[in-house]
Write a protein that binds this ligand. Structure first.
Ligand code: GLY
Length: 258
């Protein structure tokens, strides 16, 4: 059960966010704000209390708060983003994390380690961590050391193409994974029931289980139907403007209390 989420309103510099798909054009800022409000309302409708942080104009990608930390039930880890332009976003997330966790249980990944929260997928007490262009072996090693005393297991997953692990794989519940692309058939996830995502709907692999419902990016009918068929209530949320700068549903929030 997620009780709390942290989000950050995008600044107008969102239009300069990092993107691997410049052909999609820059985000429409006003539409992005409207979509952000709808995202917050969707979380609130599922019983989540949402803390909304103010825009940080100097950090175009700072609305993707998920990358700046990983939140457990009784611990938090401040990340060390691998994208140079995002490194200092972590200092700005700290005050909101201090509202939720005592200092003694707030930990940090430090350089040369890098780790972004988009690479971390929780399945109960196991944390799968993508080894990506943003998260390196040293970051994963530090994360493992931090979580060991809490009885949590860390499983590294090698990525080749995906920006983050959760770009391609997301856990729903009851042993089910949404999988797209390179990691779809990976032995790393043996034992899970895999829900394959067709290539043309790969973006929707980043759907978000929240308190027994699933937020699905709007406009991906196959994924929506597959999730509904499993019995989950589905909330479509439009993230078209965030997609233009490689942002997905999960990136837009940090969730606590599972
Ligand atoms: N534009 C999101 C990211 O690259 O982190």
């Amino acid at each position: 059960m997620f009780k709390h989420a942290i989000v950050r309103t995008p600044g107008s510099t969102l239009t300069r966010g990092i993107t691997s798909q410049p052909e999609l054009g820059p985000p429409d800022y006003q539409l992005a704000l409207t979509q952000h409000s709808a995202y917050i309302r969707a979380l609130e409708s599922l019983g989540v209390k949402v803390s909304v942080l103010p825009p940080l104009e100097e950090y175009p990608d700072s609305c993707f708060v998920e990358d700046t930390a990983v939140l457990g039930e009784n611990w938090a880890v401040i990340s060390c983003p691998g994208a140079p332009s995002r490194k200092d976003e972590t200092a700005h997330i700290l005050p909101a994390i201090r509202e939720l966790y005592p200092e003694v249980h707030i930990h940090r990944i430090t350089g040369p380690g890098t780790l972004e929260g988009g690479d971390v997928m929780q399945v109960e007490d196991t944390f799968y961590v993508g080894r990506s262009a943003r998260t390196n072996d040293e970051g994963i090693r530090q994360f493992q050391e931090i979580l060991r005393p809490y009885g949590c297991r860390v499983v590294p997953v090698k990525l080749h193409d995906a920006l983050h692990l959760k770009t391609a794989v997301n856990y729903l519940s009851h042993g089910r994974l949404l999988v797209a692309g390179e990691t779809g058939g990976g032995a790393d996830f043996a034992g899970f029931e895999k829900i394959p995502i067709p290539p043309e709907e790969a973006y929707a692999a980043n759907s978000l289980w929240v308190n027994d419902s699933v937020l699905v990016p709007a406009g991906f009918p196959c994924v929506e139907a597959a999730i509904r068929a499993l019995g989950y209530p589905v909330l479509p949320v439009d993230t078209s403007e965030y997609r233009k700068i490689d942002g997905g549903l999960s990136c837009l929030s940090l969730r606590a209390g599972r």
